[in-house]
Design a binder for this molecule. Structure first.
Ligand SMILES: NC(=O)c1ccc[n+]([C@@H]2O[C@H](COP(=O)([O-])OP(=O)(O)OC[C@H]3O[C@@H](n4cnc5c(N)ncnc54)[C@H](OP(=O)(O)O)[C@@H]3O)[C@@H](O)[C@H]2O)c1
Length: 263
C-alpha cells in the first residue's frame, strides 16, 4: 500500500484514464470512478502499475451516485491527497434543435455533480491542511461556442468555480488547478453526436489524451492555476482567448462544429 491516495472520476476512458495512469505510475493508490462497465478493464491496467485500486461504478450526474463514490472514499479511512474531478460529457448541435433532457443531464454531471463532489473533497482536505485538486474544464470555457452552447457554458462554470475556490484556499495548503484541454482524441465527440464535424475529426489529430493528462498532472504538482493542454495550437488559442473578439471566436467555432454535409 502506498502512503498517498488519489481520486479520479471519468477514469474508464480518455483523459481520466490517463490521469489515473499518470498518478498510478507516480506511486499513488487510486480510487477510480465511472458510470459504465469499461471501468473494470481500466482497473486492471491501473493495478498492473503496482498500486492499490478501488473502483466505484456510480452515476455522477445524480446526488446518490456522488454520495456513493464519496462513501467509498471515506470507507478507506485514509487521507485523500489528490482529487481529479474530470468526468464530463458534451452535447453537439444548434441549441434550438438539441435534446433538452440530454443537456440537463450534462449540466447535472458537468456542473452539479462536480460541485457536490468538490464540496466533499475540499471539506475533507481542509482540516488536513493539504491537498491538490484538478478540475477538467476546457478551452471551450473561454470560447464563444455555437453548436456546443450549453457544453461550453458548463465548462465556463467549472473554470470560474476552480479559479474562485483556488483563491479562497490560497493560504490553506490546498491547491486548485484547472485543466483546459483543446480538441483531444477520446470518445468525447462521438458521444456528443459530433462525428460528422471538423472538430470531431480534429480531436483525433490535435492532442492525445496521455499528453493532456501528463500536462495536467505536471501543472497540478507545480500548483499552477491552469494549463492549456496539450498541442501548441491549443496553447496559442488559449493565450489569445481573451484578446480575440467574440464574433471571431464564434465564427472559428462554428466552422469546426458544423456538420460537414451542412452548407
Ligand atoms: N476530448 C476533448 O476534446 C475534450 C476537450 C476539453 C475538455 N474535455 C473534458 O475532458 C473530460 C473527459 O472527457 P474525455 O474527452 O476523456 O471523454 P471520454 O473518453 O468520453 O471520457 C468521459 C469519462 O466520463 C465518464 N462518465 C460519463 N458520464 C458519466 C456519469 N454520468 N457518471 C460518471 N462518469 C461518467 C465516462 O465513463 P463511462 O462512459 O465508462 O461511464 C468516461 O470515463 C470531460 O470533462 C470533458 O468535458 C474533453
Amino acid at each position: 500500500m502506498s502512503d498517498r491516495l488519489a481520486l479520479v472520476t471519468g477514469a474508464s476512458s480518455g483523459i481520466g484514464y490517463w490521469l489515473a495512469r499518470e498518478l498510478g505510475s507516480r506511486g499513488y493508490d487510486l480510487v477510480v470512478c465511472s458510470a459504465g462497465e469499461r471501468l473494470e478493464n481500466a482497473k486492471s491496467d491501473f493495478a498492473s502499475l503496482g498500486v492499490q485500486v478501488k473502483d466505484v461504478t456510480a452515476d455522477l450526474s445524480t446526488r446518490d451516485g456522488v454520495e456513493e463514490l464519496w462513501n467509498a472514499v471515506e470507507t478507506l479511512g485514509r487521507p485523500l491527497d489528490v482529487a481529479c474531478l474530470n468526468a464530463g460529457i458534451g452535447v453537439g448541435g444548434l441549441f434550438w434543435e438539441t435534446d433538452l433532457e440530454q443537456e440537463l443531464e450534462m449540466v447535472e454531471l458537468n456542473c452539479v455533480g462536480t460541485v457536490q463532489l468538490a464540496k466533499y473533497v475540499i471539506q475533507h482536505m481542509r482540516p488536513l491542511g493539504a491537498g491538490k485538486v484538478l478540475f477538467t474544464a476546457s478551452i471551450a470555457g473561454e470560447m464563444v461556442a455555437p453548436r456546443e452552447a450549453v457544453y461550453a457554458a458548463t465548462k465556463a462554470f467549472v473554470l470560474s468555480f476552480a479559479h474562485s475556490v483556488r483563491y479562497e484556499l490560497r493560504d490553506t495548503g490546498i491547491t486548485v488547478t484547472a485543466l483546459q484541454p483543446g480538441p483531444t482524441d477520446t470518445d468525447f465527440f462521438h458521444r456528443a453526436g459530433m462525428d460528422n464535424t471538423e472538430v470531431g475529426a480534429k480531436g483525433k489529430k490535435e492532442s492525445q489524451p496521455q499528453d493532456v493528462a501528463k500536462q495536467g498532472i505536471d501543472a497540478l504538482f507545480a500548483g499552477d492555476d491552469h494549463v492549456y493542454a496539450a498541442s501548441g495550437k491549443t496553447k496559442m488559442e488559449g493565450m489569445l482567448a481573451n484578446a480575440i473578439p467574440g464574433s471571431v471566436k464564434g465564427a472559428m467555432h462554428e466552422k469546426m462544429a458544423r456538420p460537414k454535409d451542412e452548407k
